[in-house]
Design a protein around this ligand. Sequence first.
Ligand SMILES: NC(=O)c1ccc[n+]([C@@H]2O[C@H](COP(=O)([O-])OP(=O)(O)OC[C@H]3O[C@@H](n4cnc5c(N)ncnc54)[C@H](O)[C@@H]3O)[C@@H](O)[C@H]2O)c1
Length: 359
Amino acid sequence: MGMVEKIISEAQAKGICEELLRAYGAPGAEAKAVAEVLVAGSLRGVDSHGLQLLPVYLPRIERGLVRPGAKVEVVREGPATALVDGGMGFGAVVGKRAMELAMEKADRCGVGAVGVRRVDHFGIAAYYAMMAAGRGMMGIAATNTAPLVVPVGGKGPALGTNPIAIAIPAGRHRPIVVDMATAAVARNKLFLAARKGERIPPGLALDAEGRPTTDPAEALKGAILPAAGPKGYGLAVAVDALSGALTGSACALDVISLGNSMTEPPNIGNFFMAIKVDAFLPLEEFKARIDNTIDQIKGVPKAPGVGEILMPGEPEFRTADRRAKEGIPVDGETWKRLEELGARRGLDIEAMALRYRSP
Ligand SMILES: NC(=O)c1ccc[n+]([C@@H]2O[C@H](COP(=O)([O-])OP(=O)(O)OC[C@H]3O[C@@H](n4cnc5c(N)ncnc54)[C@H](O)[C@@H]3O)[C@@H](O)[C@H]2O)c1
């Protein structure tokens, strides 16, 4: 025990996540889906949206804020569209189902768009967008979140960190994966910085008085700035409309999620879209075009001191490759919380880690 960082393998991470989720009532298939998305976050280096979320998710199950075994229903449907009621289920479970449905529709219609309401937090948006890239489609995933971000000119928050991910299939290269909060910084990164006692760069957040701050604790009491000023602000408004208004979920200041409440049921919404490439161009031609774009971008003369130009998504692919080999770091605080949450259900996390250790 203690606050020392742990390094665990992908298999250990998945095993621990799944067993804990099952111990807290998730059916096997749901535990597997949630573990898959959380471990994908950790592997990709998005520690704020990886295993660190498990100690947030488990108490939500206990409080009935997220319902294992939830009935996921299509409540409205057109040839290329669907509105899904997630039954207050896990975001990962509902999100994977919704993206599958969007892809089935895109397969038939060229494009498929699925909105989701009554669902809990879904983790990294990239996971869902990337499901499409392997199937010859562009994928889009977005969600609104608790209001934490100030509109341009505001002092207090009005909008969520409202992330959007877009995945684009390539040929020789790996898919392009844009995955970003529309806020200057994801809120979980503020928690992580606060926990590690680190400062945050200037220009990301305001304190409770609306003054710029580099102290993550002050920022958590205040508000986050939008990414790139009015541009991120505009995108956040658009993501709120797509995932909140369009799905009949809450919008703007009315949104409740784990970002602002661990006692009230979440009322966020999600939006998923798949665009079948060969409804427009032969897939191979499209991929060659994207490869060419990537080559051109990477071939541009580099700024002083820069060794290489990376595509959106490339930093995460590289981290995932490295962590698949070298393991996933879990901060001591998260590990301790997992031990406590395991012990409450008679599970020994250290023993579990040994059991899932690869030979
Ligand atoms: N579920 C939720 O409620 C929620 C809320 C907010 C954020 N998130 C997730 O949090 C994660 C982190 O979001 P973020 O905004 O902090 O991401 P980020 O700022 O770390 O990265 C944003 C994008 O920039 C790209 N990028 C970063 N450095 C690059 C470089 N040097 N060259 C080329 N591209 C580069 C990344 O590949 C990524 O596509 C995302 O996965 C997001 O979906 C989820």
